[in-house]
Design a protein around this ligand. Structure first.
Ligand code: AQP
Length: 332
């Protein structure tokens, strides 16, 4: 079985529709066909300096949401990144094999740093993609299911793996991104050309997995649509409608042309109502299972400890190889 690995940051109290459709939904599906490793990227979250209480709470609720969304602890290995110390160790080794120029090209850093000004952006934000490469290469992943915003980081990961293998001998599997075109960028409801995002979307622009059905419906009904009244996919001229069409299509398994025919001549109202229902129907069971898991922290922590043990076994193996290949002395 090919191995799949992906992570998500605990940078909010809830994941959003973009995280769910762009990533988590694929993770759930791939546990059937792959040897699956998924993690909560708490070390990555440190790059934006959360408060300790916030980080702790969000790490648990992120894990609960992933289990709630259908990650099965029997079939998948779900763990917390910081439980496996080797991630930080491998990140340093990869940092020493990365050029300043190639790291400085990363557009996500540029976008995030632009908010505070590059000089005051954290170094952790700058080295973020290299830690991400360490996460992936540690587990010798064949495929990495992510949203389109991660394409460039995956390219860097592949470059670092190939360079390392050339310099020090065959060490890492070179991974392929797994990105589904139709959901690679779920748009913000208020600014459909921008991606829905935990850190930069307004509350009205984002549909949270743990929202109640009433606010979910309200936000979809108020989503920016476009001039005209035709429900048609047209990313250039109708980005709002196109975004909602993609969401409804994926959630109901109905091809977009069939939806276009269904809502012909009906205006946006009926269409948005169905989008709202589909989202609420998808999120409600996840929210209920998440709440149940959050009511028993001991059990949740136990499941994460099981995941950590499985992940650690592979991390130890990879690091023994890496340390040997680059010439670090064994402890004796
Ligand atoms: N709008 C989106 N459409 C499709 N996929 C998306 N992803 C995020 N937003 C969308 C995918 O979700 C996974 C986990 O994301 P992350 O936690 O690593 O953070 P991110 O990519 O930086 O997403 P956010 O929501 O914008 O978080 P913040 O604001 O904390 O940076 C990834 O696979 C991502 O591609």
């Amino acid at each position: 079985r090919p191995r799949v690995l992906s992570g998500i940051q605990p940078t909010a109290d809830s994941f959003h529709l973009g995280n769910y459709l762009g990533a988590v939904r694929q993770w759930v599906g791939m546990q059937e066909t792959h040897d699956a490793f998924y993690f909560i990227a708490d070390l990555h979250a440190l790059s934006v300096n959360p408060s300790p209480a916030e980080l702790r709470r969000r790490t648990r609720v992120s894990a609960a949401q992933l289990f709630g969304a259908g990650i099965d602890p029997e079939r998948s290995t779900l763990f917390v990144q910081s439980h496996i110390r080797q991630h930080s160790e491998l990140a340093w080794i990869l940092i020493c094999n990365t050029g300043m120029g190639e790291a400085a090209r990363m557009t996500q850093f540029k976008d995030k740093a632009a908010k505070s000004g590059e000089a005051s952006a954290g170094v952790g934000l700058f080295t973020y993609p290299i830690l991400q490469a360490a996460d992936i290469l540690m587990y010798q992943a064949d495929q990495v299911p992510v949203g389109g915003d991660q394409k460039q980081h995956l390219e860097l990961t592949r470059d670092l793996a190939q360079r390392f293998n050339n310099r020090y001998g065959e060490t890492f599997t070179v991974p392929d991104p797994y990105i589904l075109k139709e959901v690679e960028k779920i748009g913000d409801l208020q600014e459909p050309q921008a991606k829905m995002s935990k850190s930069s979307s307004s509350p009205q622009g984002i549909l949270e997995v743990l929202d109640d059905p009433a606010p979910l419906r309200k936000k979809v009904m108020r989503a920016v649509t476009d001039t005209g009244s035709e429900v048609l996919a047209d990313p250039e001229n109708k980005p709002g409608v196109t975004n909602l069409l993609r969401v409804l299509s994926v959630l109901t398994g109905t091809p977009i042309p069939e939806l276009e025919t269904r809502y012909e001549g009906q205006g946006y109202g009926a269409f948005k109502k169905d989008v709202a229902e589909a989202v609420a129907d998808t999120f409600t069971p996840i929210r209920e299972r998440t709440e149940k898991l959050m009511s028993d922290e001991t059990e949740l922590d136990r499941l994460l400890a099981v995941g950590a043990r499985r992940a650690e076994a592979i991390a130890v193996e990879t690091m023994a190889k890496v340390r040997d290949h680059i010439g670090l002395l064994p402890k004796g």
